[in-house]
Every structure is written in structure tokens, then in C-alpha cells.
Design a protein around this ligand. Structure first.
Ligand SMILES: [Zn+2]
Length: 78
């Protein structure tokens, strides 16, 4: 497909994605996406995201647990 932002070609790749489901954040590896070769924008099929939701909703193996910082960004003035 063509990238909506820069008009260049995308390539199908397996990527790692931050994915929210029912208020919980998951890092999901091995998700199929179209990735722009120029700007790196990613495009996911709706059915791919639905499949990820379904996968996470069932019993699944967990590779790793990480702690995530939630911060409020403030511009640093030097
Ligand atoms: Zn692009």
C-alpha cells in the first residue's frame, strides 16, 4: 500500500506494538503490519487488531513483565 503521510510504499513486517485492552497495556510482539519504508508509519488491519484482542482475552503465555513509568511531560527550560 501507499503511506497516507508521505506517499511512499509500505512493506509487510512483523512488529512489536503497545496495545491497550480493557484498561491494561500490553507489549505484543510478532504482529503483522504494513510499515512505510520512508517515514516508518505503521498500518494495521482491523482484523489483525481484533485477532490480538481475542488472543489477549484468552489464556496466553507471558514472556516478561515490565514496569512502566507514567509521567506528565514538562518542557525543560535551560
Ligand atoms: Zn510514510
Amino acid at each position: 500500500m501507499k503511506c497516507e503521510f508521505c506517499g511512499r510504499d509500505t512493506r509487510q513486517k512483523k512488529v512489536k506494538r503497545q496495545h491497550w485492552l480493557h484498561g491494561k497495556l500490553y507489549i505484543v510482539e510478532n504482529i503483522e503490519a504494513e510499515v512505510c519504508t520512508e517515514c516508518g508509519e505503521r498500518y494495521y488491519h482491523a482484523k489483525t487488531l481484533d485477532a490480538v484482542d481475542a488472543f489477549l482475552s484468552k489464556q496466553h503465555a507471558v514472556e516478561e513483565n515490565i514496569i512502566v513509568e507514567v509521567v506528565r511531560f514538562q518542557q525543560i527550560t535551560a
